[in-house]
Design a protein around this ligand. Sequence first.
Ligand SMILES: Nc1ncnc2c1ncn2[C@@H]1O[C@H](COP(=O)(O)OP(=O)(O)OP(=O)(O)O)[C@@H](O)[C@H]1O
Length: 978
Amino acid sequence: MKFWKRWLRFFTDEEEHERPTNRERLDHRPERAEAKVVYQYPQGRFRFPLIPDDHSLETKKTTRQIVDEESRLKPPRRPSVDTVRETSEKKPFRPSDVPSPIFGYHNNREQRQRLTEQGIIAARRTAEKAKQRPEGLSADGQASSLPSEQALSSRSSDFINTAAPQGTLEQTTHSAKGGAAADRQTEKETQVDAATVQIATPGAEKRMNEISEEENELRKAPFTETAAEAEEQPVELVEESLVLGEPAFTQTAVEAKEPSADPIAEESVLDEPSFTETAAEAKDPSVELVEEAPALGESAFTEIAKEAEEQIEGISAGDDDCEGKAEAGQAAMKGTTWTEAPVSEEKEVPEAMSAAVPTSGEPAAPEMKEEQAHASLCQAASVVEPESGSREGGDEHENGRSATRVHENRLTQPDDRDDGQKEMQELPTESGNRNARGTSKEAERRPLSSSAPASENRRAADRHRPERMRIPYNVMMLKQDRRKLEERAARRSSGYSLPPLSLLQPPGEAAACDEQWIHEQCARLDQTFESFHIGAKVVHATQGPTVTQFEVQPDLGVKVSKITSLTDDIKLSLAARDIRIEAPIPGKRTIGIEVPNPSSRPVQLREILDSSAFREHCSPLTVALGLDISGAPVVTDIKKMPHGLIAGATGSGKSVCMNAMLVSMLYKAAPHEVKWLLIDPKMVELAPYNGLPHLLSPVITEAKAAAGALKWAVREMERRYELFVHAGVRDIEKYNAYLRAQGSGEPILPYIVIVIDELADLMMAAPADVEESICRLAQKARACGIHLLIATQRPSVDVITGLIKANIPTRIAFSVSSQIDSRTILDANGAERLLGRGDMLFLENGSAKSVRLQGCFISDEEIERVTAYVKAQQGPSYMFSPDEFRQTAAFSEEDDELFDEACRFVIAQGGASTSSLQRHFRIGYNRAARLIEMMEEQGLISEARGSKPRDVLMSEEEWTRWRERGALQTDGFSSSEQ
Ligand SMILES: Nc1ncnc2c1ncn2[C@@H]1O[C@H](COP(=O)(O)OP(=O)(O)OP(=O)(O)O)[C@@H](O)[C@H]1O
């Protein structure tokens, strides 16, 4: 790089001293020297070819590798920037091909395409301008004619005009000195440079021209590379730049000021270099490609690109890089007309950059400069084509690698963007000092407005970004959430809203724990054990709504049976109504003695429904049971039951428990989700639910109709299993999910809950059919969504047969009169010691031990309010009437294999008699008489008329229709009725 020294000798010694660092650095770049020797700038008029994208991408990759290597070798210089870089390294941008709503991937790609087109247009315009200029200003003509001061001045003006809108370093300058003053200073210094060139000895002209040529070539190369890089950056980086890129200018401008110890000196140095730098950036990459590529050809371009990589490395390395960049930018900016710029540039830019970047050095500074350069490139594009500027910002910031820093900047100065945006819209495209001054004024208005154009670009990109891209994409929705949403949407679409809790009685004040009573009871218990010489003592007591559990810990060697055998003695000593001993408490080393509280408080249903335990349950078959001994709410899911048996003596609270469960379901399930089949032989217990949309039929009170309903349920179960087989699913949930996935609009299968309030009565009326139906349902109906809730007063073996009990795993035992009943219900003692009025033992499916609960209470008024609310929303949509069920039952019960044939025979004969049936079918009197009776019950024939044959009341068609109607009624759940 001796030519640098020689070339600089043309200037004053003082100038030489001003930039020793830069020259030293240049001297340490042998690669660049080699490149310069090998590739000489072509003489004469030339045009660079347009380089295909693929090729540029390759060169860009090579450049990046070299830059990376260089940056790795360079020690960190500036701690403050290091911190920023560390931050940026902590969060590296990982571009991907997945369209991101945040980075606007596709949108920006389109913008880039448009930008490229506009850049080409701008390039053509610049080429036309270049043609109009005098030949003396051409690149190859620089040796023959040094530009006059006027030419330099005009060029400088052009330069300023082009650079002004960029406002990169220029704005920094203006922020320090003021816009107009900066312009004047810039012009002045440019003129001084020109004069210096003119003063140079004529003999040295030729040599200087050669040097200038070489330098021009070298300087254009990096810019070409930069331009190519700007064009070829991966789209992901464009995205990144769109989001984060623009504030890099602000950062650069701010940081450029920070390290300078002498602001005035810095300003003076920055003045012209700022324009130079901006000019370098002002060139649209596409313009550069159009003007330079043809002369060199593709291979030449490749070589130059390699050289450019070295230049960029230099940029990364230090101040001379900035110079190289600026030079390249100048060359690009001026195209073939620029000759003197390198001279002034070489003199000024490094100083500018030394002012902008502290001499102590910083690793991040080169990046910032790169960002500046690229940012200015896009800004230049905006000058040539104002619209394209905003798009170019994206490309420019592809190279801005200090994303984090940039982002921070943007956060600290968000307001700059709007100003910058307005300003960008106002920027004129014509050249002239006016523009520069105008821009300077703008710069005055916004001290850090150098970030504005890029921020505007980003904003513009955001504005053009589709709305969907702003939707967060990282929200995970679980299967459960999706189902909830679907259910809610279905409820909304069905126009059904769940009843409010305000319809229920609010819970009363919870009674304060009776400490004194508890202490007394503890003392008495201890005394009792002592008096019976049993080593045991009370260690803990828990007071529930109805009973208090005292935990007794026996000493080692004391049998549990010793304590349990003292039940009556303890009851006596405590003067308790009844006590229940749980020995031992599962999972504990203690024995529980449950003593009734002196005063019990009812547990309101609202208390449970308002608990998180109930609210968080998403099943429509969630039901509230009550509070356990510690006062915790207990809820269960009928799906998990899957069938329940509730037994207890009269007045123990069965009906209240059943009502509480039904109302709980009303608070969870819409009518299309759950259907009820209520069988109430007592006629009054479930009557309030008549007219609800959840009912399949009015509440069934007749045993025959109940039997028919159970038969229908069995057929419905079989029908559902057939559906499941066809759909290839195993249960109702999967089938409904399958239906939803099909999207056929077919309504989902509702759960069916069959409630029988008194099984004993039903079993007496039609024991065989009821037991058979219940057993079949209990065995198989769980998976198809049919569940049984059976209550009975008399839990004897003739009511709750072994078959029924075996298939109903969930039991709720209220107070019963004997241990036998307790064993019949729970297969264990304990229910006989319950206190009644909702005191119950709950044996859950799969649980070995029952839990003592105080069942929740719901009054008739509350039931009325809730059912009225539901009825007000939807009317009943019964599928069947009890009569139809009764008929079904009759058909089922009394069907004889000969019955149909006998009916047809009677219709054909026109009369019916027992003897004629006996003769025709060769059956006995009993069977024939029974068939005649069945025909009479069905309304086919008239009553007996003595010895005369009975009249036939139906034609064959009518009879066929009648039979079909009966068959249809039992055909199963019609989806249309849901
Ligand atoms: N959980 C409860 N909390 C408070 N009181 C209750 C509770 N359950 C029932 N009771 C009281 O017990 C009375 C009888 O309850 P319920 O009618 O449910 O008994 P039952 O077992 O159905 O009797 P039956 O079999 O004769 O119909 C209720 O009127 C109510 O006063």
